[in-house]
Design a protein around this ligand. Structure first.
Ligand code: NAD
Length: 472
């Protein structure tokens, strides 16, 4: 792992404690990491596929063998409840290596027999080759899950990587480097540079001419900056960006299931899930019942220390992010919202007073034009609005520059299919949310992303296709 002379503090979101100091990679460190990745590339790309697959399974085993360490790292850096890290973030980290290791072994490439103009036969076939050195720039909300979602397929396809974790959550990726080395993956295949984004490590990495492609998860505005950096040298990008995901509940839906699931969609991981929903449209006849159910669900959430098994809601990532979310809480009231529940900072014990705690919050009564209904807040909150007709709600759901996902609730099969075709998103859940099959395409429409990852779709970014034509 590269590290310069400058250090920055890693601060606990739970109590404001300084957990440690992290070396901020300099421009020279970034250059050394990219050169190490370039140096390691030919041997890693040439490794027999079975051997690469074996090593990636060893990484997955190594993650699960150290699950307690990963859970502790995620809880400390991010503040997510330990139970959530143990159930979702860390096992998915391991699964991301297994699924892509197995996938690359089983994906065929195409071939076409043809007849040349002179009548002689020829054969075309496709070779899949690594793209090269991949820069992986990650956010803080699900650090191990989101990093491995990119590193797994990148390594499986024979690329080498330089990973820039979020400055908020440096530890899981550092641990991953240990696990990868212990699994026997050669030095230089996986490199980590810690630091910030603009004017720091992230910018230097994405601008580096030795990088052959940039895969990024984070805010849409950051994506614009990275795309500009990648334009120099015409490097391809794969982006998973922000969202303002709608949920739509029709009156015929299983309301109890809708409430239970959409309460997760709004509040899980303290609302810091890209797939989460911050705007819910409910058909008028069941609107009051739905709002009452969501209010009860929000008020039943146990807020507390992330390592307490009873805790359901941890803090936000930082005091800075809480200030931003509280700004939206104030804005909602200024815009005339009805506050259903929450809206402020909860009481926590004195030892946690410096943490980024916040109440789960629900509003009603705002127009669709309000900033609360249009901008990504990334906190434990949602606005619930009534609707009267299918066409109307489709128009309102689609009236956004984003297009990551939607969650539709109805028992009417024909309507479910109509809605799936009508919502402008990359992922549409019917009577469900965050139900992921890792073989499926994942990504956002409109400003929520570029490209798709998941299953064979990941291979489109992490490999190059070479057509070979042989005159016979
Ligand atoms: P962010 O964009 O602020 O930062 C993400 C990463 O980019 C960090 O590592 C940061 O240091 C780096 N970065 C920032 N500016 C940069 C620059 N100019 N050049 C290079 N790197 C730079 O995002 P965040 O606050 O860490 O994460 C939250 C955001 O991520 C939300 O918008 C959320 O919706 C989005 N997200 C999307 C998905 C998805 O799959 N679509 C998944 C998770 C999170």
């Amino acid at each position: 792992m590269a590290g310069g002379a400058r250090r920055f503090p890693n601060i606990s979101p739970q109590d404001g404690r300084v957990l440690g100091h992290v070396h901020e990679a300099t421009r020279e460190d970034v250059d050394a990491a990219v050169r190490a990745a370039r140096h390691a590339l030919p041997a890693w790309a040439a490794l027999p596929q079975d051997e690469r697959v074996r090593l990636l399974h060893a990484v997955a085993d190594g993650i699960m063998a150290r699950i307690d360490d990963f859970v502790a790292a995620e809880v400390a850096d991010n503040g997510m409840p330990a139970a959530f890290a143990r159930r979702v973030d860390v096992p998915r980290g391991a699964a991301n290596f297994r699924i892509f290791a197995d996938l690359v072994r089983n994906v065929p490439t195409e071939s076409f027999a043809m007849t040349a103009p002179d009548g002689s036969p020829a054969m075309n076939y496709t070779l899949r080759t690594p793209r090269g050195v991949i820069a992986v720039v990650c956010p803080w909300n699900l650090p191990l899950l989101l990093t491995t979602w990119k590193v797994g397929p990148a390594l499986a396809c024979g690329n080498t990587v330089v990973v820039k974790p979020s400055e908020e959550t440096p530890t899981a990726t550092a641990l991953l480097a240990d696990v990868i080395a212990a699994a026997g993956i050669p030095a230089g295949v996986f490199n980590v540079v810690q630091g910030f984004g603009a004017g720091s490590t992230g910018e230097w990495l994405t601008q580096h001419p030795g990088v052959d492609g940039v895969t990024f998860t984070g805010e849409t505005a950051t994506g614009e900056a990275i795309m500009a950096a990648a334009a120099k040298g015409v490097r391809p990008v794969s982006f998973e960006l922000g969202g303002k995901n709608p949920a739509i509940v029709f009156a015929d839906a299983d309301l109890d299931r809708a409430v239970a699931t959409l309460a997760r969609a709004a509040f899980e991981n303290c609302g810091q899930v890209c797939l989460g929903t911050e705007r819910i449209y409910v058909e008028r006849p069941v609107f009051d019942r739905f709002v009452a159910g969501m209010k009860a669900a929000a008020e039943a959430l146990v807020i507390g220390r992330s390592d307490d098994p009873a805790t359901m809601l941890g803090p936000l990532i930082s005091i800075g992010h809480r200030d931003k979310v509280l700004g939206y809480y104030a804005r909602a009231l200024a815009d005339g919202a009805t506050l259903v529940t929450g809206g402020g900072i909860p009481e926590v014990d004195a030892a946690l007073a410096k943490g980024a705690w916040i109440e789960p919050t629900i509003w009603t009564g705002l127009p669709d034009t309000s900033a609360i209904c249009r901008e990504e807040i990334f906190g434990p909150c949602c606005h619930i609005a009534p609707f009267d007709a299918e066409d109307e709600v489709v128009g309102r759901a689609n009236d956004t520059p984003y297009g990551l996902c939607a969650s539709i609730w109805t028992r009417d099969l024909a309507r479910a299919h109509r809605m799936a075709a009508a919502v402008e998103v990359g992922i549409c859940w019917i009577n469900s949310w965050f139900l992921r099959d890792l073989r499926t395409a994942f990504g956002g429409a409109k400003q929520s992303g570029i490209g798709r990852e998941g299953g064979v779709h990941s291979l489109e970014f992490y490999s190059e296709l070479r057509n070979v034509c042989i005159a016979l």
